[in-house]
Design a protein around this ligand. Sequence first.
Ligand code: SF4
Length: 708
Amino acid sequence: SIAVVDTAVRTTCPYCGVGCGVLASPDGAGGAGIAGDPEHPANRGRLCSKGSALGETVGLSTRLLAPMMRIDGALTRASWDAALGAIADAFRATVAAHGPDSVALYLSGQLLTEDYYAANKLAKGFLGTANVDTNSRLCMASSVAGHKRAFGSDTVPGVYADLDEADLVVLVGSNAAWCHPVLFRRLEAARARRGTKLVVIDPRRTATAEEAELFLPVAPGMDSVLFAGLLVHLAEADGLAPDYIRAHTSGFDAALAGARALAPDLATVALRTGVPAADIARFYALFAASERVVTCYSQGVNQSAQGTDKVGAIINCHLATGRIGRPGMGPFSLTGQPNAMGGREVGGLANQLAAHMGFSAAEVDRVRRFWGAPNMATREGLKAVDMMRAVAEGRIKALWVLGTNPAVSLPRADAVREALSRLDFLAISDNVRASDTLACRPHVLLPALAWGEKDGTVTNSERRISRQRAFLDPPGEAQPDWWAMAQVGRRLGYGAAFGWRSVAEVFREHAALSGFENEGSRDFDIGGLAGLDDDAFDVMTPQQWPVREPGEAGDKRFFAEGGFFTPDRRARFIVPAPPAPAARTDAAFPLRLNTGRIRDQWHTMTRTGLSPRLAGHLPAPFAEMHPADAQALGIASGDLVRLASSHGAVVLEARITDGQRRGEVFAPIHWSGANAAEARVNALVEGATDPFSGQPESKATPVRAERV
Ligand code: SF4
């Protein structure tokens, strides 16, 4: 069948947003052989180091395999019935006593779309709160907000094939060689074949930057000045597309005036970005001269208190040149997580409702009617950082965390850990039995199915929905997350709404909602998949949305001929605010901490940490420093360094490199209390948030460094 090749099961990698297809061959003893799926359009058989090592990570040694409840202060094995009943009772009682916004769910880009759908329906339709947010808030929320500001919808206009056909690819705040490796290999193949130029814009000289024709080591936070300067250059060099601007956009004159105020000339851009003027001029000339340009951006753009403005400044340049939605052209958000996109599609963020709808009265009413929901949330809920503040202040009293480790990954991680530990009621669904979050005195633990055991769909960065399929038996008493949430819904008295018997039923309902009263008025529409029966769902091949009618296929781009999702169907140019990192350095904290991923680890290492091969790349937590900073502080490579901010401290091994800008330090995010107690770098991060997206600034925290 399409789902099974010989004895291998077709599934999808659980790591980055490239969304590679995987062939998994179970060995009958709980393990599996892993190969790239040559038929999957995202990777055509390639896998990176993390994907190739998946077979080393499917063991049960760290797994949570049975429900647990806190009884007389101690976690005790419990039945599913008792654990689910405890969650339903706690949520019911908390809502009754303190109102619906006293409860919340905190989700993960690791969840499958069907899990996300169940969480959103439970909270926003039946508990009556939109306090449903996700670790995707740390990942690409600024892209979502940037898309909605410019396009009126959260639409990624292009497809991966654009990288094959571009003349110029600009990577902004993206270490794709390490963080989206298979996509980067695809770009390298295109460069070898057709000479595609590569410009990398990043404060660090990363492995990606090493491959570029032109590397612009931009000062933290100054990306929008660089792109404002580009807009000015395009206007002055006759590089605009006036017909496209006139026919399909609004606000160009104001945007150009704003860009001129931010970036009046090359000298100003050079001064503010710290990039040599000659290199900036080369970039601008390349962009102006290359018809086929793709600008990919990732966390260096998004994880900023002005991330949405940065996204807007990039999109402005593509709208102004009409380079959008045509082969080899467009702004392209690279999502970090395997299912950040799927979460967005079902409303997995507190400021979305479902199926890319928001909280207008008409949309609330539409979803209410579709769900038959008695308690619809009518306004946005709390985004991740605000949600944890509400937990700390006692406004949120009952929280259910699914598939994520916020005590490591959220800014001010120490404060988050403390706040979680004081909750009146904390339930956690996870597939590991130990993590910093699991140490926060939860009242109920639910064992979730892991990759290889669970079944459903994920959506990658190019809007392609792929199946994750089970190829291992469910271990112990583990269950799917959608099932656990449906069970709680039933225990709250909503049996009809949560009567799903299979993941295919959840998918069909999600697909039907996306097409409900959607005559082309919303971008996200997979109504054409709502009629898949169980067998068809089982063998579903990767599908790029929209799928408005059954059988639609092919690469699908948006906006080449306009057709935006604003009320007047025109795109909006954005005037970025003057940029500045939210927190200033001073004598006490004179350096800036930039955080990010390394090539062979994923998030808080609960899976990749199980692979000895992956640990061999960079085995210990470290901090990269510029040689001049290190010398001034008397620090040599290999020394232990204490980094401190006003929120916490970590101890890391110093690595001295001139790939680092002077005055800046880089540290990876992966280590935690579970494996390196003093290396939780998010304990340092300030967490000032973007006003549009709520995404925290994770790459510009003032710190000081000293040799231990
Ligand atoms: Fe998995 Fe991403 Fe590597 Fe592909 S590129 S194998 S999706 S981690």
